[in-house]
Design a protein around this ligand. Structure first.
Ligand code: OGA
Ligand code: MN
Length: 288
């Protein structure tokens, strides 16, 4: 089984056709997909996939262990009600109801972020299956933090090289998110870590910015106003249009992104049109 790669964006995204992800792929194909993913810049789209939840998990596990799998840590204590009832590897993003309860987290990720960056060991890949999508809207934007880093001046690279930043989901959820996206559980729990502002990607060896507006609270060692100004400068820079790809979903898309080198932003513009996505999250390395 071979596959075809079509670029979707020169900076970070490609579409892969010719693969049926419901079938076991084998080691060589998995290695080739991983290589394609890294070369494309961290985002692959596999259109038109019909997958059971088990098949989605199996495909995801071929790239490494998943949060929530047996013997692995859970994704995040406070999100357990948004996990698939039969498959704790699956985080559900949805505005739908099921048996009188939310079927998933509504308004997940409606701000620039890298998934659960407040963990000591944050994720490598997230793999999202678009099961039900609105007729219009509900796109996700992605930006390339390697390209953003590389476009900084040498002087700025020197300034930020030694810096460390705290990531704390509770603090940013309380102060920065739209109120309706925050639940009480977000404000509790040990969702905090300190990471380097510039990390070296363990697979590509390239440097990437690793701060994000959703979860990074402050830079260590600065006054609050200095930290705010420098973070805001980096965020404005990283989210310039030339570093962004905006994905418009078709039903059945499987989208695989690299949390080490990308940020993403879920656009909540679809009102009450139903949307249902299932996501797996692959365990990554401690950023260095
Ligand atoms: C996520 C997320 C993207 C979306 O699942 O990690 O941020 O568009 N959601 O639903
Ligand atoms: Mn996310």
């Amino acid at each position: 089984m071979g596959f075809t790669v079509n670029p979707l964006s020169p900076v970070l995204a490609a579409e892969v056709t010719g693969l049926d992800l419901s079938q076991p792929l084998g080691e060589n194909l998995v290695a080739a997909i991983r290589q394609t993913w890294l070369e494309a810049g961290g985002l692959l789209v596999f259109p038109g996939q019909t997958l059971t939840t088990e098949q989605h998990i199996r495909f995801s596990e071929s790239f490494g262990p998943l949060f929530g799998a047996e013997g692995q840590p859970p994704l995040q204590e406070s999100v357990s009600k948004y996990l698939h009832p039969d498959h704790p590897e699956i985080y559900r993003v949805s505005n739908k109801m099921e048996n009188g309860q939310p079927k998933g987290r509504e308004g997940a990720g409606t701000y620039w972020h890298s998934d659960v960056s407040f963990r000591q060991t944050p994720p490598a890949a997230s793999i999202l299956h678009a099961i039900e999508i609105p007729e219009t809207g509900g796109d996700t934007m992605f930006c390339n933090m390697t390209a953003a880093y590389e476009a900084l001046s040498d002087t700025m690279k020197e300034i930020i090289a030694p810096l460390r930043a705290q990531h704390d989901f509770a603090q940013t959820a309380a102060t920065q998110f739209a109120k309706h996206n925050v639940i009480d559980d977000d404000l509790h729990g040990a969702n905090r870590a300190v990471h380097p502002v510039v990390r070296t990607h363990p697979d590509t060896g390239k440097k990437c910015l690793y701060v994000n507006p959703g979860m990074t609270t402050h830079l260590e060692g600065f006054h609050a106003n200095e930290s705010r100004a420098l973070l805001d400068l980096l965020f404005a820079h990283a989210t310039r249009p030339e570093f962004i790809y905006r994905h418009r979903y078709r039903q059945g898309d499987v989208v695989m992104w690299d949390n080490r080198s990308l940020m993403h932003y879920a656009i909540a513009d679809y009102a009450d049109q139903p949307r249902y996505m299932e996501r797996t999250t692959g365990i990554g390395d401690r950023p260095v």
